[in-house]
Design a protein around this ligand. Structure first.
Ligand code: ADP
Length: 748
């Protein structure tokens, strides 16, 4: 061999090329240990045979003497054994050096990794190797049976391990602690202890067999498929290399990343477990953010399905432990979403939580918990850094990005054109935006013919994502009316149009132009509609909703205001929370119930009513959509409240000209109208509001449907009679005749 060849050989010998080379060396070492043990055994037999004159079928005196003198120094120090010990020492040193150099080179070696992950001592690791060997080579079955002096005992037992690894009896006793159930090897499920099937009840601790866990066997062989028990419950995600795709406020991303990096920085001596709790509405990007952070920390993420875990009931630990152990083996962060169920105050949730906290403390180096509700750990996690992050619905620019991404595959133009509009209009999370885009696509697909998604499709889809629960608290009104239906003085219509334009440009003014920085509150659009009943307040709300393509919810305040203290706030809070996602228009009818004047606080309930009112005002000011309060009597509304309202629109009682137009617009084009309908006459003679006109027209239509099929003046007048009866106005025959006379008199 040349000098150069020698050098190359030496360099090659200084590290392991891969995990398998190292395993092979460890088996060599095991062979030497077995050799040492068998050599010692044979020497002892020889020694015994020297002492014992003959062999008997029963236990002889000589054998007993021999057993009692087992630690014969002659045998222990025998040069043959010493030779093997020397070989062992040389090999061990060589392995140590090569392992260190290999790890420095960044090559994965499973055994040292296992030891460092679970804090195993060299003795424990050697035990693992003894249990691993028969899985790699069948010769160990024979060797172990031979060493245990029993052809049926092919598996390694506690006794065998102690025999192979301990020189003296005292060493054996000391080593026994690693075989207790609480010791690392068994707590972490690296080894399992089983009874000797030949004598299950009679096996002493020493005789019990040791079995290597199948997942650990895979790990040692460099196979990283997850634990079979976790298939279906957990899924590994490989993170992307950048966080650019994570549609979360960049400030939050940076803060989190710095926090995590600092926590795991090499300079930190004590490394506590780290648990992040992300809370925010559905689809806000909790999992994406966690995965993004994993990408930056260069580790995969193991996601657990909360429902499936919980389905395991009290047995959940049998999944939680392997799951968190898997996190260690894969060097993956753990992610548990939907943790809201754990915040419940029932026993099941509490017990689950305790178990979770326990495994986190044992194995959870980095854990993400995520739910919708805010939460503080209240000391459940000891020795753990617990960091809470709130993820709000993203602002318009991020929503635009989410829309562009969701509509990317749509026909050219659609994405960019619609994204800004939709982002501005709906406060949806990126997840909801994806769902909405998909919904729109399916909706379009279900309609044959045109396959391009339209803006109305997307609006429908967006509304479908929101306000699902709001219908429990409010009545949803389908807005049918548009500008041409409502008859109001010009300046009132202009006022209503201004309200619409404020919604359209909300983000430009508050976001882009920075007005939100100047105003601590009052960004919401609060509107008061006042006017006599039936003058078009609800109708105007519908027109606005129709124009802006937003949902309209009517809330009857008398139903929300509860006599139970605190309940009203709860109801109001629910309403606003639910409405927020869709920017729905909230229409509070009969607002006087809350905003009515109170001269002085007379009883406890009044005091609470005051609290409720300021609570509603606060909610209205925080709300980014439109809140409309309607009242019949503006005078009833306290000045202090009207001052805080952005728009006040007074709905006048319609004058004659308006009444005429209202009469006219109330007959649909398709309705069969008779010749003689005198709108002039009706408008002049009947001083009634639009609401009454609507009722009369409808009654007349039904009457005509029953009699003749053509709507005539007589049907209308009958309708007037009914409406007057209803509202308590007198309608006598005399009056009718007077009207009819004036009618005929007034006509050419
Ligand atoms: P309010 O909310 O003021 O009590 P509504 O808006 O519910 O009144 O009015 C009831 C119905 O009366 C409307 O659906 C519409 O048919 C009719 N109406 C009322 N005011 C007008 C108006 N200004 N222009 C046209 N129709 C009106």
């Amino acid at each position: 061999m040349t000098v150069q060849q020698k050098k190359d050989k030496n360099r090659e010998m200084s590290f392991y090329k891969n995990n398998y080379e190292h395993l092979a060396d460890e088996l060599k070492k095991l062979d030497l240990l077995i050799q040492l043990r068998t050599a010692a055994f044979r020497l002892k037999i020889q020694a015994m045979q020297k002492t014992a004159a003959s062999q008997h079928m029963y236990i002889s005196h000589e054998e007993v003497d021999w057993l009692l003198s087992q630690n014969d120094p002659f045998v222990a120090d025998h040069p043959d054994l010493q030779k093997i010990r020397n070989q062992l020492e040389i090999l061990q040193n060589e392995i140590n050096t090569r392992v260190n150099t290999t790890i420095e080179r960044g090559v994965f070696l499973a055994l040292p990794k296992l030891a460092s992950l679970f804090g195993l001592s060299p003795f424990e690791l050697q035990t693992v190797i003894i249990c691993l060997a028969p899985e790699l080579h069948r010769k160990y079955d024979k060797l172990y049976a031979y060493l245990q002096d029993d052809i049926t005992r092919k598996k390694p037992s506690v006794d065998l391990v102690l025999d192979l690894l301990c020189e003296t009896e005292v060493d054996r006793w000391r080593a026994r602690t690693i075989f207790s159930g609480h010791a690392s090897l068994f707590r972490a499920g690296i080894l399992h202890m089983t009874d000797d099937p030949q004598s299950p009840s009679g096996s002493s601790g020493l005789a019990r067999f040791l079995k290597l866990d199948p997942r650990i066997l895979n790990f040692l062989l460099g196979n990283n498929s997850i634990d079979a028990r976790l298939v279906g419950v957990a899924q590994v995600y490989n993170p992307p290399s950048t966080m650019d795709h994570v549609l979360v406020d960049p400030l939050i991303k940076t803060e989190l990343l710095n926090f995590a990096r600092n926590h795991f920085s090499a300079q930190k001596a004590v490394k506590k477990r780290l648990v992040f709790y992300f809370h925010g509405p559905y689809g806000v990007g909790k999992r994406d953010l966690a995965l993004g952070i994993c990408g930056q920390l260069n580790c995969p993420m193991l996601c657990l399905d909360m429902d499936l875990l919980l389905a395991h009931g009290s047995d959940v630990e049998t999944l939680l432990r392997p799951a968190f152990r898997e996190g260690l083996l894969l060097q993956a962060a753990l992610y548990l979403g939907d943790t809201d169920v754990l915040l419940k105050e029932d026993d099941k949730a509490k017990s689950f939580f305790k178990k979770l906290a326990k495994v986190v403390e044992e194995y959870g180096w980095l854990t993400f918990l995520a739910g919708e509700k805010p939460w503080s750990s209240r000391g459940i996690f000891e020795h753990t850094t617990f960091h809470v992050i709130k993820l709000p619905v993203p602002d318009v620019p991020l929503r635009v990005m989410a829309w562009e991404k969701a509509l990317k595959n749509q026909s050219v133009g659609t994405g960019k054109e619609f994204a800004a509009q939709l982002a501005n209009q709906f406060r949806l999370t990126p997840g909801q935006i994806c769902d909405a885009a998909e919904f729109a696509q399916n909706y379009r697909a279900s309609k044959n013919g045109q396959d391009e998604i339209t803006l109305p499709d997307l609006y429908t889809a967006c509304r479908n994502q929101t306000n699902q629960k709001l219908s429990e608290l409010a009545v949803k009104i389908e807005p049918h009316y548009s500008w041409e239906d409502i008859i109001l003085p010009e300046d009132k219509v202009a006022q209503l149009k201004e309200i619409c334009s404020q919604v359209k440009h909300h983000y430009r003014v508050f976001g882009e132009w920075g007005f939100d920085q100047k105003l601590s509150h009052g960004k919401g659009l609060s509107v008061l509609f006042s006017g006599p009943p039936g003058t078009g307040k609800t109708m105007a709300a519908e027109v606005i909703a129709h124009e802006l393509q937003l949902d309209l919810y009517k809330i009857d305040l008398s139903g929300v205001v509860s006599k139970y203290i605190g309940e009203t706030e709860k109801n109001l809070s629910k309403i606003f929370q639910e409405a927020e996602t869709g920017n729905a228009i909230l229409f509070f009818d009969e607002a006087d119930a809350l905003f009515g004047k109170r001269t002085e606080v007379s009883d406890a309930h009044d005091r609470y009513a005051n609290i409720e009112t300021s609570y509603l005002l606060q909610k209205m000011e925080e709300y980014e959509g439109i809140v409309i309060l309607a009242t019949n009597l503006r005078e009833n509304i306290d000045e202090a409240f009207t001052r805080r309202i952005r728009f006040i629109v007074e709905f006048p009682f319609p004058d004659e000209a308006s009444r005429r137009r209202i009469w006219q617009t109330h007959f649909p084009k398709k309705a069969p109208l008779g010749e003689g309908i005198d709108y002039e006459f009706l408008a002049k003679q009947l001083q009634i509001a639009g609401g009454n006109i609507k009722n009369i027209v409808l009654n007349a239509a039904f009457l005509a449907a029953e009699n003749g099929g053509i709507i005539g003046m007589e049907h209308i007048l009958h309708g007037v009679k009914r409406e007057f009866e209803k509202i308590g106005k007198l309608w006598s025959k005399k009056e009718l005749n007077k009207f009819l006379n004036s009618k005929s008199g007034g006509r050419p």
